[in-house]
Design a protein around this ligand. Structure first.
Ligand code: GRF
Length: 217
């Protein structure tokens, strides 16, 4: 059985989507064993209550990035974690962390990467005037919001969208593609070749994650 840790900093809706998917047996048999959080007040910690998962706040105050990451790695290794999922974790991982989990860290970003990396991806999308937006799951490499792409979801951008309405539309698809990506990993169907992810077989997504908008004008 694949053991998973989810790293969070804030709201935790993607964490909850993962926990729900596990509860419904839609995570390919993966077990979410641990939630690590760098923010004591994160709503994510409350969301995890009621699910059978251990949560831990790891205080980063006064710690260098390397030292903090070493602490996280120790906790993850002691728990026998196979796969790390970043679900709104607001820290950039150090090479120490990355080398402890090679090709075993998945991130979700609310844009169609490689467009709009970094913070406020949806605002960046609106400023650029794009017609479609979306979300991406990818394996984590040293570059922020980079790395081999697993799944992407696409949503339309409406003329009257603001950051909030677009973010909400994108978020609903994040909740589909992140559990689906973990499931594919757990089923051993992902491999990386020359920087690209190969997926074995069909992707069976609950609901539509790839939404192709109709062109109306
Ligand atoms: C999501 O939009 C995710 O793509 C980004 O951070 C946000 C986290 O939201 N990395 P939540 O904490 O899962 O609700």
């Amino acid at each position: 059985m694949l053991t998973v840790a989810v790293l969070v900093s804030g709201r935790g809706t993607n964490l909850e989507a993962l926990l729900e998917a596990e509860r419904r047996d839609q995570l390919g048999g993966a077990s979410i064993e641990l939630v690590l959080c760098d923010n004591e007040d994160a709503a994510a910690l409350e969301r995890a209550e009621g699910y059978d998962v251990e949560t831990r706040f790891v205080d980063p105050t006064g710690m260098e990035r390397e030292a903090y990451d070493e602490t996280l790695v120790e906790i993850l290794e002691a728990a026998g974690i196979d796969l790390v999922v970043l679900a709104g974790f607001m820290r950039v991982l150090s090479p120490t962390f990355l080398s402890a989990f090679p090709d075993r860290i998945i991130n979700i970003h609310p844009s169609l990467l490689p467009a709009f990396q970094g913070l406020h991806a949806q605002e960046q999308a609106l400023e650029a005037g794009v017609r479609v937006a979306g979300a991406t799951t990818h394996f984590v490499t040293e570059e922020v919001d980079d790395g081999p792409i697993i799944l992407q979801s696409v949503v339309p951008v409406h003329p009257d969208d603001d950051e909030e309405t677009l973010s909400q539309r994108v978020l609903e698809t994040e909740h589909r593609i992140l559990p689906a990506s973990v499931r594919l990993f757990a089923e051993g169907r992902l491999s990386i070749s020359e920087g690209r992810v190969q997926i074995k077989g069909e992707v069976d997504l609950p609901g539509r994650a790839l939404i192709v908008p109709e062109v109306t004008s």
